[in-house]
Design a protein around this ligand. Sequence first.
Ligand code: BDP
Length: 693
Amino acid sequence: EDGLDGWLRYASLPCSGQCQSKLPANIVVFNATETSPVYVAGSERQAGIQSIYGIQPHISHNQCKSSSSAIVVGTVHQYRKTCGSRDVPELEEDGFWLSTEANRIYILGQMNVGNFSEVSYSTNPSAPIRWVNQWDNIDGRIERGYGGPSIFFKDGAIISDLTRVRQYARLLSSIRINAVVVNNLNANATLLTPANLKGLGRIADTFRPYGVQVGISLNFASPEDLGGLSTFDPLDSSVISWWSNITKHVYQHVPDMAGYLVKADSEGQPGPQTYSRTLSQGANLFGKALQPYGGIVMFRAFVYNQLNESVWTADRANAAVNFFKDLDGEFDENVVVQIKYGPIDFQVREPASPLFANLFNTSTAIELEVTQEYLGQQSHLLYLPPLWKTILDFDLRVDGKPSLVRDVVTGKRFNRKLGGSAAVVNVGTNTTWLGSHLSMSNLYAYGRLAWNPADDAQAMLQDWIRLTFGLDRTVLSTITKMSMDSWPAYEAYSGNLGIQTLTDILYTHYGPNPASQDNNGWGQWTRADHTGIGMDRTVSKGTGFAGQYPSEIAAMYENIDTTPDNLLLWFHHVEYMHSLHSGKSVIQHFYDAHYSGAETVQTFLSQWESLKGKIDDERYEHVLRRLEYQAGHSIVWRDAINNFYYNLSGIPDTAKRVGHHPWRIEAESMQLEGYKAYTINPFETASGSVAIV
Ligand code: BDP
C-alpha cells in the first residue's frame, strides 16, 4: 500500500462470496484494439471486478444478442451500428449512460470516453475544459511540486520509461479529466525541438487510450530564442509563420493535441507588451495557429509584474481586470482566459476574482491549485474543496442577476461554448504522487468538481475515503472530520480575517514570515504597522479594487459593516482594536484564532492514532509522520504570528498566553551537545529570536 493506485485500489469487498453471484461473468467490448479507450475501459472493469470480487470476467467483442449476463461497454454509435436502435438519453460530448436491464449492464458513452460511479443514470459534463496543469521543467524539477521529480522529463528530454505516465492517465481518466498540460508555464522553448516533440508524441500515445489529451505551455519568445528570428512580435509575419509551422510539427507528433497554455507578460516572462501589442493580439497569434487543428489556447489572466518602490501605492489585485476588461470580445473563439480563483495568488482566503464579472464575450476558465503551494506544501493536511466552493458558489450579481462563478466559467451565464477549469496538480515520482496520501483527496475532488461544480465537498471526500481506505465507519468518520476541519484550522493559524496566508512571500511560500508581506516587490501586502493592519481596497479611500465588482458586490465590500469578517483585512485597513461583528477586537481574534487553529491540529494526531490497525501500516505510518510534523509546525505558526503582531501592536493578549510561556524551556537554555545557538531572522520564527542548529 504505497499509494501508487490512489483511489483505484479496487480493494476486496467484505461480502465473502455473496456479492459475486450477482455479477455478469462476461464483459462485451465493442472494440478489439487494445489502445482504444473503449477497450481500456473494458479491461479496467475486468481488473476491478477481479480485484474486488476475486473472479475474472471474460472479455468478448461485438456480441449483441446473447442470453448470458454481461457488462456491455461501448459508444452509443458502436452499439447502434452493431446491435440496432435503442433509446438513450441525450448525451453531450464525453457524457455517458448507465443502465441495468435484466442480466445486462450497459455503459454507453457519447464518445470513446466515459465513466460511472452510480447505477442507472446518464450524466453530462458541466463544461468541456477539465484540464490539469503540471509545472514540470524539462530538467525534471517541478516548480511548486512536493511529490518528487517529474514523471515526464529528465535532463532536458522526455523520460524513456513512461509507466508512471500511464498510471497517471488512469487516475486522471477515472475522474474525467480530459487534458493535461505537461510542462511548466514558465516555459522552456526547447520543448519544441524535434527530439522533444517526438517524445511528446510518446507521452500523448500513453494518455490517449485513457481519453486524456495532452497540451503544452509555450514561451512567447520562442521564435527568437529557439527559432533564431530577430523578433517575437506577434504581428510580424515571420513570427506568425514560425508559430504556424511549429504548430504543424506539434500536430504531426500529437494529432489530437488539446492546445497551448500561455503565460505572457507576467513575472518576467516575455509577451506581446514588449512590442506594445495587446494581450489579445498575443493570444490570438496562437489561436490562429491552432485553429486548423481544433486546438484551444488557455491564456492566463495572471498578468502582473514585480513592482518597484515608486509604485508601492499600487495594488496587484487590480491587475487582471485592468489588463483584460477592455479586451473583452477581442479574443478569438478558441481562446479561453484562464483566471486564478482570487485576484492575488492561491491564498488561504481570497474574494472571487472580479475578472469573472468583467468578461462577457470571452470564454473563461477558473484556475485552482491542488498542489498546496501557500497552503502547507502537503506537509499540512488541507482538504481544499470547501475553499474552492467559496469561489465557485459565489454570486457576483452581474447586472443584478444571479451570476455564480461556476455558471460563468462553465459558459452558462454568458452563453459561451467553451469554458471550464484547470488545476495545477504537480504530481511527481513519489508513490504517493503528491507527497502525502491524504492530499490525494484534493485531486480526486478536483476532477469531480470539474465535471460537476455543484458537487458536495463532504460527499466527494467520503467517496474518496471509501475508495482509498475501505468501508470501515470509524475510518470514514475520522478522516472526514479531520479533512473538513483542516482548511478552517490552517486559516486560523496562518492568516485570518482575509489578511492572506502570511507565509514567506519572497521565495519559499512556506512557513510563517509576516514581515515579508510588506514592502516587497511582489505586491502581496498586509500594510501592518504599529497602529493597524489591512489593505484599504475601497474606492473612496483605498486602491479602488472593490469597485471592480458589479455594483451590489462593490457596495458590500466598500462598506466595512457589510464586509464579512473573513475578508475584513482584504478590503479595509483598521486599527488593531477595531471591533469585529463578533464583538472581539481584531488583535484578540488573531491571538485566539492562532491558538484554536493550532489546537485543532493537535487533535488530528490523536484522531489518526485511533485508526491504528484499521489502515495498513505503510500508509498509517506515512500519514502519522506528517501529522506529527504538522502538530509541531502549527505551534511554530501560532507563536510566530502572535509574537509578531504582539511586538508590532504592543497590545497584550487578554488571555495572557502570547509572550507568556511559564512552562516552556527554551532549547538554548538546555545543555547542548553538538548544537549551537543562533540568533535568527525572521526573529518571530523562534522564541527569543534564538534557534539551535
Ligand atoms: C506563483 C508561483 C510561481 C508561478 C506563478 C504563476 O509561485 O511559481 O509561476 O504563481 O502562477 O504563485 O504563474
